[in-house]
Ligand binder design. Structure first.
Ligand code: GLU
Length: 334
């Protein structure tokens, strides 16, 4: 075993979530997310001390349903500061699973680093029978210190799997195998800290990304409108009227909406609001100009990004340009 002081340094940034959650007493069903501190999480996994020298920092203490742009910017700044320290090998971020895919994708687009950045959560609270948090955390630290994980962008570790930020989605309300990367697959597996690598990331990220935290003090407002049979255009009008700079349609099928909503969205695009067509299906590519004439209506197609991730990319894109063609190019690249 390596002597403790020669182990790599890893910064643990804690934000809350079920991994830090405790159940209510008396066998009740509920639990409180974000109840435990970063240090308490580490106490539950003394084995991480064999992998790395962990330095814990509490950035937030929230269930990730309360994650927002303010916390993203603070978290990204703290992560970048740690990554810029020459002898920090990587960063591990504990986070609720509800919005982990959005935070991971945001960080994947703004952090300037080749070092591993690993988000980790749990589906069962820390006090549950067979809590999944401790092993997930151990595995996340193992990934963060592994030399071959450099240059792979922001990763999510859960349930013995390593996922790319761009590819994962939470797909189940309660099961520990909730994260899936249906189309481009896993980055790898991690079994009790032993890593098996599969793929490399396919799109631009981290060190090669053009987005930056510099001068970013807030993000533009982008709303998501969910499509369904019988959808009315009122929520599209409301988003525009209340000042949204961008609109993501969680469209039916191939990013579709009915005629009335298409007209409302076209009107919004004409007024300078960037309209991105994504899909509510959970899989597949939304391409340009198939059933909807994007060229004529001035829309952007989200490709494979789900509505929540399309919103993240659109928010960052809008910090650069309001030209729908330039933004479409970004959806091809990231
Ligand atoms: N709402 C919680 C959260 O996202 C529960 C999900 C979890 O952490 O697993 O923080």
């Amino acid at each position: 075993m390596q002597p403790a002081n020669s182990l790599p340094r890893v910064r643990l940034l804690a934000t809350g979530g079920t991994i830090a959650g405790t159940q209510l007493l008396g066998g009740k069903r509920g639990y409180v997310a974000a109840a435990l501190s970063a240090d308490a999480l580490l106490t539950a996994v003394p084995q991480v001390a064999q992998l790395a020298r962990l330095e814990a920092e509490q950035v937030a203490a929230i269930g990730s349903q309360d994650m927002d742009e303010t916390v993203w910017l603070k978290l990204a700044a703290r992560a970048q500061a740690a990554l810029d320290e020459p002898d920090v090998a990587g960063v591990v971020i504990t986070h609720g699973t509800d919005t982990m895919e959005e935070t991971a994708f945001f960080l994947n687009l703004v952090l300037r680093t080749e070092k591993p950045v690993v988000l980790v959560g749990a589906m069962r609270p820390a006090t549950a029978i067979s809590a999944d948090g401790p092993m997930n955390l151990f595995n996340a630290v193992a990934v963060a210190v592994h030399p071959e994980m450099r240059g792979r962008g922001v990763l999510v570790v859960a349930n013995d799997e390593i996922h790319f930020a761009r590819e994962i989605a939470k797909t189940n309300t309660t099961q520990v195998g909730t994260f899936r990367a249906t189309y481009r697959g896993l980055a790898g597996l991690v079994h009790s800290g032993r890593i098996h690598l599969y793929a490399a990331p396919v799109r631009r990220h981290t060190a090669a990304s053009d987005f930056s935290l510099r001068e970013l003090t807030q993000l533009p407002r982008v709303e998501i409108v969910y499509a369904y049979a019988g959808m009315r255009p009122d929520l599209i009008h409301a988003a525009v009227r209340t000042g949204a700079a961008g609109l993501v349609l969680a469209g039916v099928g191939d990013g579709n909406v009915n005629a009335a909503c298409r007209a409302a969205a076209a009107e919004a695009a004409k007024a300078g609001v960037i309209v991105v067509r994504s899909s509510r299906t959970g899989g597949g590519v939304v391409e340009r100009n198939i059933e909807i004439d994007d060229d004529a209506l001035g829309f952007v197609a989200a490709e494979e990004l789900n509505p929540a991730k399309a919103r993240v990319l659109l928010q960052l894109a809008l910090t650069r340009t309001r030209d729908p063609r330039a933004i479409q190019e970004m959806f091809h690249v990231y």
